[in-house]
Design a protein around this ligand. Structure first.
Ligand SMILES: Nc1ncnc2c1ncn2[C@@H]1O[C@H](COP(=O)(O)OP(=O)(O)OP(=O)(O)O)[C@@H](O)[C@H]1O
Ligand SMILES: [Mg+2]
Length: 366
């Protein structure tokens, strides 16, 4: 998958920007606060319809403008597709090849992009909420079904919570129907998350070994659901769990069980690094996690994701840098930002197109 052309209108600090990409490796160089991350962010928005660094879409609109537009032309299997996202204060509209789509969810899972950025550390050091959003974003990129399950789950959960909060006398015919729906969606989401973590574990050991020389790393999925292969058993298990917690839920007036409380953790040499790891271990494990995702895209889905590497080279020592690049260089299109070309391996720079950014203006060359 190759992004051939990117057009921005009123996006962050850009008025009108049009960039064509001819090479696989593209490097954006510039001082702080010039607009390097903004470009990677716009590519991320093109893929996922939302930013990796804010939940407020309107922040993406250039100050004093009424809307922003991100347009991209993506080539896959020698077929070119045009994607467009328009954001204004009323919401967002998406279209593919000039055909507007009714729902944003129909747009998702088509452009595959993986972002590496300094904020990723939150996936390890942050709250379970940070980790769940990682799950949600990454699995949504792989599975359009997941997008639907998640949106249905959130709706049912809201209805169930409303009901628990406002009802004096529970109508069990009705309540059991909503609980049943919630159970079915719990199972779907659980299975997608479990399979995703299993796939990550299939690749992460080898990657960690390539980078650090050791291989004892494992990702653990923590859910209230006990693993069972059979859907029927999963269903009975959840029925029991919800029955068991019903009195408590009635008392606390809220749904106490569900995949909206899931979490996951990373263990290196048997130690849970979320609480105990060093800075270096946090960084490396996040990188390995993301590199494992690339392997999933390539091997399990036969897709080549676009990689967005925001400012990740200044923080890693040289050996790890080289190893990481060897991983990444296998044919994937990469967008890299850095304040200084010296931070990036010469072998990479040699094969790259360089763009220099100054105050929201981009020029080719360094
Ligand atoms: N909605 C907006 N309208 C106008 N300007 C904006 C908007 N949002 C962000 N900016 C400007 O964009 C600039 C930041 O751009 P960006 O985050 O891409 O910088 P950067 O080049 O990645 O810097 P660093 O090297 O520090 O990471 C800031 O000057 C900020 O004021
Ligand atoms: Mg930046």
């Amino acid at each position: 998958m190759i992004l051939k052309k990117l057009e921005l209108k009123n996006f962050r600090n850009y008025d009108n920007l049009e960039l064509n990409f001819d090479k696989k490796i593209n490097i954006f160089i510039g001082n702080n606060a010039q607009g390097k991350t903004n470009i990677l962010e716009s590519i991320y928005v093109l893929a996922l319809t939302k930013s990796h660094r804010t939940n407020k879409d309107t922040y993406l609109i250039k100050q004093n403008s009424l809307f922003t537009k991100v347009i991209g032309s993506v080539e896959e299997n020698s077929k070119s597709t045009n994607y467009e996202i328009l954001i204004n204060t009323e919401g967002k509209r998406v279209s593919i090849n000039s055909n507007p789509l009714k729902k944003v969810s129909e747009y998702l899972s088509r452009i595959n992009a993986i972002m590496f950025c300094p904020d990723d550390l939150e996936i390890i050091k942050g709250t379970p909420l940070n980790r769940r959003s990682f799950f949600n974003v990454e699995i949504s990129g792989l599975s359009n079904n997941y997008v639907k399950y998640l949106s249905d789950y959130n709706k049912i959960l809201k209805t169930r919570n409303e009901y628990l909060k406002t009802t004096e006398k529970v109508d069990f015919d009705y309540f059991n129907i909503i609980t049943d729906k919630l159970i079915m969606l719990n199972i779907q989401i659980y299975k997608e998350r479990r399979d995703f973590v299993n796939k990550i574990n299939k690749y992460i050991k080898t990657i960690y070994k390539d980078i650090s020389g050791k291989e004892d790393i494992v990702v653990k999925y923590d859910s209230f659901i006990d693993n069972e292969e059979n859907d029927k058993y999963l269903y009975f298990q959840l029925q029991n769990k919800y029955e068991g917690s019903f009195n408590n839920e009635l008392y606390q007036k809220v749904t106490l069980l569900g995949v909206h409380k899931d979490d996951f953790s990373i263990f290196i040499d048997g130690v849970k690094i979320n609480n105990y790891g060093s800075q270096g271990q946090h960084r490396i494990s996040i990188l390995c996690l993301k590199l494992a995702e690339i392997e999933i895209y390539k091997n399990e889905y036969k897709k080549e994701p676009i990689l967005l590497l925001d400012d990740i080279f200044s923080e890693l020592d040289r050996i790890k840098k080289v190893n990481i690049i060897n991983y990444i260089k296998n044919d994937l299109q990469v967008f890299i930002t850095s304040t200084d070309l010296d931070n990036i391996d010469k072998k990479i720079v040699k094969d790259a197109d360089i763009f220099t950014i100054k105050e929201g203006k981009v020029t080719r060359g360094d």
